[in-house]
Design a protein around this ligand. Structure first.
Ligand code: GP9
Ligand code: MN
Length: 619
């Protein structure tokens, strides 16, 4: 090739290299991608290239000015995509998936956090786009237009295919079955790159659309058989013990088990809960199983005993499916059902999803009096939320089934001085420091709520269930967490143990007399059959993956949404088996017996959701 030939590729070349390097720098600085070998590092380095060559390659079909303009615009759009991913990652500690990306109603509400997440150095991400614009605008002779021959185009796209195949080939040797087992987004991004991953995700998304159309009732029969085979008989003494009582469920925002019965700066973090536990059944070995749908995933688990999805929030992607959720079941038993949450009704698509779950009434933002004084961070402070909710609650027809979703203990854990009942923790990590006072605030609000229930005469005839929805402190804060827990560092084993969230079941007149700490390994998925059995409702024909927490022979096994699992003695994460006694790696043969079951459960549950299989369920 002579110089003139090269010249017409100049802009394409510069744009590709700049964006390529930028992506790599972002990988290294904004994402937490563990690299174990030079080969992995090499794959990570080359993985943005095929996508960039592909996108910019279209410019070769374009005429005159359109070509340069296209390159600059694409470079800008891809940078925006990269940046959105960076922001998303800071918040969720995860890579974006398309269903979540298009949840603009959610993203709008993230306003507060976005401001918190923005860093001035982020602007550097757009420097190369500015440079390209300047080149095209001010130095047109440096990036001139010349037609491209068919032969050259062929050569270009051939080179692109070679790059892509090299990438895929290397990835395949590193991670067999990478594209068929999509448990782990991190692994995908690490191997095929963030951009290709997004394309891949789009393909999956359309596949799931097709899945519903193709699903038939025989699949549900298979799953039903699996579930029946795993079913455990409910505990006879407790079955029906809370029959016809009101049900009051509270989703405790970002509450992890490690704060229970624990102190910060010598002060109790959850004095009320610690006391309440002494009059309740307390599950201290229960794991959250949420994915990207966070709070909404927890709600989904608790009320359906199905797993949320590996990508996106099921509240968004499958809100119009047929479900057989607890509220719907209880309605058939004469209950009135309502849910309380002082946020936009469309957040997590709740307004749509709650109809599918069988709620009679959703008390959302517009039902509450929210003003400057009574709100902080994400909105109405928990104390006022409970106070105002109680006014509605006492007017409801009984028995009722209700769910209350708290908000104050939400990242970035903002709280005014006057509400801080304990001081912040002292580390270099503001998020971790601020977590403790907001937890303490929520604890105090819960105390007032229970007192309020008593005052309104709603306490004695109710059953109260409190659960932590998901982690509050992500992996990004491991250093400060290690400091707080007095550990050298947070290992993957510790990380799994930190995914435990409190579950408290309080039955006035019962648990105050015989409180119990129950340490069986369990998950949020177990809550639905447990509640139904306490209310004396049979679940023989119900499709659910959880087991009654009080069943004598409840299996000690819980699968997390990323495919990790926990048994009585072992923890499995990222292809490594850990011994719970020592926290150290152990022989894989200990975890192997459970691996198929873990995968099976998630697969079956996904099948139900993607195929909308419960539409074939007849009761
Ligand atoms: C929003 C609240 C918090 O309505 O449920 O959501 P999260 O970010 O925790 O999923
Ligand atoms: Mn939440």
């Amino acid at each position: 090739m002579n110089r003139a030939t090269l010249k017409k590729y100049r802009l394409l070349f510069i744009a590709t290299v700049l964006l390529w390097l930028k992506t790599y720098i972002v990988y290294k600085t904004s994402f937490d991608i563990e690299i174990e070998s030079w080969k992995q590092e090499f794959i990570l380095f080359i993985n943005p290239l095929s996508f960039l060559l592909f996108v910019f390659g279209f410019s070769l079909f374009m005429k005159e000015k359109a070509r340069n303009r296209y390159i600059v615009i694409m470079s800008f759009l891809i940078t925006v995509l990269l940046y959105v991913n960076v922001m998303f990652y800071r918040f969720f500690n995860d890579f974006i998936t398309l269903p979540v990306l298009f949840q603009t109603s959610n993203m709008g509400d993230l306003g507060n956090s976005v401001f918190e997440l923005f860093q001035f150095s982020d602007l550097l991400m757009f420097v190369d786009v500015a440079f390209l614009t300047w080149l095209v605008w001010k130095k047109p002779s440096f990036v001139p237009f010349e037609p491209i021959a068919k032969k050259e185009r062929h050569a270009y796209f051939l080179a692109l295919v070679v790059v892509a195949l090299l990438n895929l080939g290397l990835a395949e040797t590193e991670r067999p079955e990478l594209l068929t087992r999509t448990f782990d987004r991190k692994m995908l991004v690490k191997n095929i790159g963030m951009y290709n991953y997004l394309v891949y995700d789009a393909v999956l998304q359309s596949k799931s659309k097709a899945q519903r159309a193709l699903a038939d009732s025989s699949e549900l029969a298979d799953i039903g058989n699996y579930i029946r085979a795993n079913e455990k008989a409910p505990n006879k003494e407790l079955f029906g013990i809370a029959k016809n009582r009101n049900v009051i469920i509270v989703s405790m925002e970002s509450l992890q088990s490690f704060v229970i019965n624990n102190k910060v700066n010598g002060q109790e973090i959850t004095p009320f809960l610690n006391d309440f536990i002494k009059q309740s059944y307390y599950f201290d070995n229960l794991y959250h199983q949420t994915g990207q749908g966070k709070t909404s995933d927890a709600e989904f688990l608790i009320e359906n005993s199905l797993y949320p999805l590996g990508r996106g929030a099921v509240f968004f992607t499958h809100a119009t499916n047929e479900y057989n959720a607890t509220p719907e079941i209880l309605k058939k038993h004469g209950y009135y059902t309502a849910v309380f949450h002082a946020n936009n009704k469309s957040f997590w698509n709740r307004d749509i999803m709650y109809q599918s779950l069988g709620y009679d009434r959703y008390f959302s933002l517009t039902d509450f009096d929210v003003n400057e004084e009574n709100s902080v961070g994400w909105g109405l402070k928990d104390k006022y939320f409970f106070e105002q909710s109680l006014q509605y609650l006492k007017t409801l027809q009984q028995p009722f089934y209700t769910k209350f979703i708290t908000l104050t203990n939400h990242f970035p854990f903002e709280l005014e001085e006057e509400d801080r009942l304990i001081p912040e923790y002292t580390s270099d990590d503001r998020t971790v420091n601020r977590y403790f006072p907001t937890v303490r605030y929520m604890d105090e609000s819960l105390k007032a709520f229970i007192e309020g229930l008593k005052k309104e005469g709603l306490y004695d005839n109710s059953i109260i269930i409190l659960y932590g929805d998901h982690y509050g402190i992500s992996e990004n804060h491991n250093e400060a967490m290690a400091q707080y827990l007095g550990k050298e560092k947070i290992t993957p084993f510790d990380h799994i143990q930190l995914q435990r969230v409190p579950l408290i079941i309080h039955i006035p007149g019962v648990t105050d007399k015989h409180p119990e700490v129950i340490s069986k390994v369990s998950g949020q998925i177990d809550v639905k059959p447990t509640i139904l059995h306490l209310l004396g409702i049979d679940t023989k024909d119900d499709i659910h993956f959880g087991q009654d927490l009080f069943a004598k022979d409840k299996m000690e096994f819980v699968v997390l949404r990323d495919g990790s699992f926990i048994t009585k003695d072992y923890i499995y994460k990222d292809n490594i088996c850990y011994d719970k006694k020592t926290g150290l790696k152990t022989d894989m043969s200990h975890c192997e017996p459970y691996m198929e079951k873990a995968k099976q459960e998630l697969d079956y549950s996904d099948k139900i959701v993607y195929g909308d299989l419960l539409r074939f369920y007849n009761d």
